[in-house]
Ligand binder design. Structure first.
Ligand code: MN
Length: 368
């Protein structure tokens, strides 16, 4: 069972009021769900507690975390909306109500309805915090989906793939998108999931040693240019997105060059372009594969430089170059470590940018 200490431990610089709010909501929800159990046989409260911890990990504020603790308490627990409002205020009740409303719209599996349902959910949510609580709720439900009766699993997994992962993507929460997809994939198509996992495993072994050499070589070259405060990591493509790409490439793994990508995370934007220069001086880039998402961010706000190069050590490799700030945003999205007010301003700016950008295919008005 997730403890309240663990939840608070994930929060960044909580005030005494924040801590008191989360502790209060924790005890309140525990009581409200007293005696209820999950399909797994565990106490029901394990679910809202886990949801709240996910929200804390994603940098959400105390009110949103408390709403995560209480998100099922009115519907499934034995407390009234008036109780919640009296104890925790209108703002928190608004989020809980929103999450409950989202739950009434269910995906029934017709692909042509997916986009309209996504739009309906976003419109219903009307507040980005509602969506983020719902995504955290869904993440924990997917983590425990194997306990749910078999005939329900597929629908829930499909809904996760078709509705919630794309919503996470559009909010720019890349980390959540990949996690949701890879949790759902085995329930939607078990054989394909096993196959793709095996393919990726083989390819990982092959590229890991090579990438380690590339990493070393690049570090030396960057150090020569005076760039020493950077870090690199290797990211593996998610199983579901690899599956999608394999289908487009006629199941030929050798046509996919971004199964493993090398990430270089540097302090400033200037460093990004300097690093790109070093990379291209060291390895020949593939023509047409360079993308400058710093000058031209994706509509969801994603920024990075992407290039694909030919290395003697690891063959064709995708290299992603970004700042710490861009890295954090790519993982946690516009929700990352921001107050609600900052968030609203940010969404406003993104919307403005999206409208100006010739690359924009998406309006941000629905994120509001
Ligand atoms: Mn729930």
């Amino acid at each position: 069972m997730t403890t309240v200490k663990e939840i608070i431990g994930e929060m960044s610089t909580p005030s005494p009021e924040d801590i008191a709010l989360v502790e209060n909501a924790y005890e309140y929800s525990k009581k409200a769900h007293g005696g209820q159990t999950r399909y797994s046989g565990e106490p029901y409260f394990t679910h809202p507690a886990a949801t709240a911890k996910i929200l804390a990990e994603y940098g959400m504020d105390a009110t949103t975390i408390a709403a995560g603790l209480l998100h099922d308490a009115v519907e499934d627990g034995c407390i009234s909306r008036a109780d919640v409002e009296k104890e925790f205020g209108k703002d928190l009740l608004f989020i809980v109500d929103g999450v409950t409303k989202l739950g009434t719209h269910k995906y029934r599996g017709a692909e042509r309805h997916a986009e309209s349902l996504r739009r309906l959910l976003v419109a219903t949510a009307s507040d980005i915090r509602v969506l983020i609580v719902k995504l955290a709720d869904r993440k924990h439900n997917m983590q425990t989906l194997k306990h749910v009766p078999e005939h329900k699993r597929r629908r829930i997994a499909l809904e996760t793939l078709e509705i919630y992962a794309p919503i996470a993507d559009r909010l720019g929460i890349g980390k959540m998108k990949n996690i949701l997809e890879d949790l759902a994939f085995p329930f939607v198509d078990p054989d394909a999931a096993t196959h793709v996992a095996e393919v990726r495993k083989l390819k990982t072994k092959e590229t890991e040693d090579g990438l380690a050499k590339v990493q070393k070589e690049l570090k030396q070259q960057l150090a020569k240019k005076g760039l020493t405060t950077f870090r690199t990591d290797i990211r593996m493509k998610g199983l579901w997105s690899l599956h999608q790409k394999l289908r487009r490439k006629h199941d030929d793994i050798n046509l996919i060059h971004d199964i493993a990508a090398l990430r270089v995370i540097v302090p400033t934007i200037e460093d990004c372009y300097a690093t790109l220069g070093t990379v291209h001086a060291l390895y020949k880039p593939l023509p047409g594969e360079f993308k400058d998402y710093i000058a031209f961010p994706k509509p969801n706000g994603y920024q990075s430089l992407h290039t694909t190069v030919v290395t003697p050590e690891a063959g064709i490799v995708e290299i992603q170059i970004r700042t710490e700030e861009m890295h954090r945003r790519a993982q946690f999205g516009i929700a990352s470590h921001m107050s609600y007010k900052q968030l609203r301003e940010k969404v406003g700016k993104l919307e403005e940018k999206a409208q100006k950008s010739r690359f924009s295919s998406l309006s941000f008005s629905w994120v509001r």
